[in-house]
Design a protein around this ligand. Sequence first.
Ligand SMILES: Nc1ncnc2c1ncn2[C@@H]1O[C@H](COP(=O)(O)OP(=O)(O)OP(=O)(O)O)[C@@H](O)[C@H]1O
Ligand SMILES: [Mg+2]
Length: 403
Amino acid sequence: MTAPSVGVRAPFGFLDAGHPADTLVGRLLGALPERIADLPQGRVRVVSELRGGLRDGRWAPDRFYCSLQARDAATGTFDAWTAHWSAGAADATWSRVPDDPKLPALATALAGSATGAGPVEVLRYVPLRRFTYRQHGRVVKVKRRSRLEDSWRRARAVEAAAQWDRRVRVPELLGVDPGSASYTQADVPGAELADLAHGDQLAPMLAEAGAVHAAFHALDATGVPDGPAPAAVRATTERSAAWAAWLLPDLAGVLARAVARLAAVAPGPVDARDVVTCHGDLVPSHLLGGPGEWTVIDHDLAHRGDRYRDLAMFVAGLAFDVPALADGVSADPTHARAVEAYLGGYEEVLGRRLDRDRLARHLLAAHLHHAALLATKDRVHPAAVGATASRLEAALDAVGGRR
Ligand SMILES: Nc1ncnc2c1ncn2[C@@H]1O[C@H](COP(=O)(O)OP(=O)(O)OP(=O)(O)O)[C@@H](O)[C@H]1O
Ligand SMILES: [Mg+2]
């Protein structure tokens, strides 16, 4: 679509003019300039997603959102307008926080917090899914009602296990409230490891992340459920790669080769000693604190599973999570050194070498997963496409794939 007039990069601007998805996005976001003008002036963060599926053998979009999120520079007040659409609807529906069609309790949570407890600092808003804010020394996470109980149970299981292991710190859980579909945890002071990992601190910080990750894996968290079956994970990855290839033909070739190769080299059955307490979403920005004292946050996806998948997802996510490793900011060998530091830190705590062949197979799957999200979540920029393709090629080479 054509760029909106005011300071925001065009959502899904990478779509070729005339691509069916470009036509759709252009139509759904016709009101974008007015909505932006209606927000506090300043930087607007755009959070978008476009998903689709096969209909009668052809790819077609079926779900879309585009959220314009702004903070008033003077007051710190958060404001957001979000466009939602799903297949069958003629047009997008716009909602403004605290209204969100899948988070009906958000208004209750924020209204409750208006009564006395001080200003709300919004930490993250993922439309239709979750809303995290800080207030009065607490961090509150509002979830879909259907997800609340499950997330709370996982976080509780991790917290219980961490009480017996001094190497892993987690935020104290303060309570769950079905009425406002939220749970509350203590506010952890300090910086995100992602922001401290740069320059000559890059390798030492990632080594610390590796050590914490190994300790987390060793937690005896009997209450966390088993993760999804590997075949189901692979099927999802294959579908999202095919969808991404339709959206972004520049990546179609390497995505298709990676899918085909993954089918041939999918990791075999996991050794019992590698079935561990996985975090499920560990990234450097989920480690808060400072050198030598990290608290691991966000246990909503904790599960029993294959340590290699958890490790590979961490590695493949680095370019998207660590500002100093972002595409266009750093390239190999900086990136490769960071990965080696992380794996070294992990192995030191684990007390043995990781199986590099198994890791390479999981890395192929994890890089494929992230490459697909590039298009789906509109993270495309010129440096990102080339770098994503290179990482995927390198992951293919590492499992012996032919170019
Ligand atoms: N207990 C906490 N103490 C301090 N800050 C926190 C805490 N929990 C979360 N945060 C901050 O809020 C951000 C979002 O929290 P969290 O990761 O739990 O939400 P999320 O919706 O899963 O976000 P994402 O999709 O980015 O992972 C974190 O990256 C962190 O900066
Ligand atoms: Mg998170």
